[in-house]
Ligand binder design. Structure first.
Ligand code: CO
Length: 304
């Protein structure tokens, strides 16, 4: 009986040793955290706003993203330092992370695969700064495996066509024949400003009295006033082409100051109606950003 047991042990010894080695290796690897379980996340990056109530646009975007990606954890970052500091100084301040802070926190929480979705209209300076920050976190040692950046609202030709269709449908219902609608975006000295005249082209295919203007780029207010005069427009709707109805909307577009779009139109003999809503409040516009998150998610999947 004893001899038999010895023989069995001798025969099994290499197997037992192997099991022991594997178990040891397993413990060692788990202890060093090499085999991290996959954890996907989405980071939404907005410029940020300090205008009370303007964040309804962000809340709507969050709702739509959560519906589209149930079970995927969502984080937010504001890319504007001025806005973050301004908000932090307020009473009952809510904390807002910069994109780098949010990504560092996600890294620490064990996220392995992250889609960063900037909520910009065009791939300009703000978008590219966020994209560069995000890419720096991709494949960082002991950090996230992959970080993929989703495209802004206007990225491909089909985005321009789709957005033109959505914006045309967003025109206020009370608009009558001969009345214009002006979509006012931010505008920039960055080469990506070309997306605004690009969008104008697709808008004009659908609506001859739909114009794109920008606060800081081209087409300028002067350009738009010239178009309105040429088309003998007497009334126009001013609709923001900005994610939130923040400072630019309330002051530069719809403000009572002499330089606002509203005041300039009045001086030109044109009655205007200002819409105080950001594009983030439109489900049809948000659906475009959501599709860009989906495309980035597919890229994450394809890289695995
Ligand atoms: Co600005």
């Amino acid at each position: 009986m004893r001899r038999l047991a010895d023989a069995t042990i001798k025969k099994l010894l290499p197997v037992l040793l192997l099991i022991g080695l594997l178990a040891g290796a397993g413990v060692a690897s788990a202890a060093h955290g090499d085999a991290k379980p996959e954890k996907k996340g989405i980071l939404l990056v907005a410029f940020g706003t300090s205008v009370a109530g303007a964040d309804v646009a962000y809340q709507n975007i969050e709702k739509k993203v959560k519906e589209a990606f149930p079970g995927v954890e969502l984080r937010w970052a504001y890319s504007s330092m001025i806005i973050r500091h301004k908000l932090a100084a307020e009473k009952n301040a809510e904390e807002h992370d910069s994109p780098a802070e949010a990504l560092a926190k996600m890294m620490d929480e064990g996220f392995t695969d992250v889609v960063v979705q900037p909520l910009q209209t065009i791939p300009g300076q703000e978008f590219n700064a966020t994209a560069e920050t995000a890419r720096a976190f991709s494949g960082m040692p002991k950090g996230m495996k992959r970080v993929v950046v989703g495209m802004p609202l206007l990225s491909t030709t089909s985005d321009l066509e789709r957005t033109a269709g959505v914006l045309t449908a967003m025109t206020p219902k009370e608009r009558a024949a001969g009345e214009a609608v002006i979509f006012v975006g931010h505008g920039t000295h960055h080469p990506a400003n070309v997306y605004y005249p690009g969008l104008q082209y697709y808008l004009q295919k659908k609506d001859k009295l739909a114009f794109v203007g920008t606060v800081e780029g081209s087409p300028t207010l002067k350009d738009v006033l010239a178009e309105l005069a040429q088309n003998k427009v007497k009334k126009a709707y001013l609709v923001p082409l900005l994610a939130v109805a923040g400072d630019h909307v309330h002051n530069d577009i719809a403000g009572d100051g002499p330089d606002s779009w509203k005041s300039s139109l009045t001086r030109a003999g044109i009655t205007s109606v200002s819409v105080l809503k950001g594009t983030g409040e439109s489900d049809a516009v948000v659906a475009i950003w959501v599709d860009h998150i989906k495309a980035a998610m597919e890229q994450l999947g394809a890289a695995q």
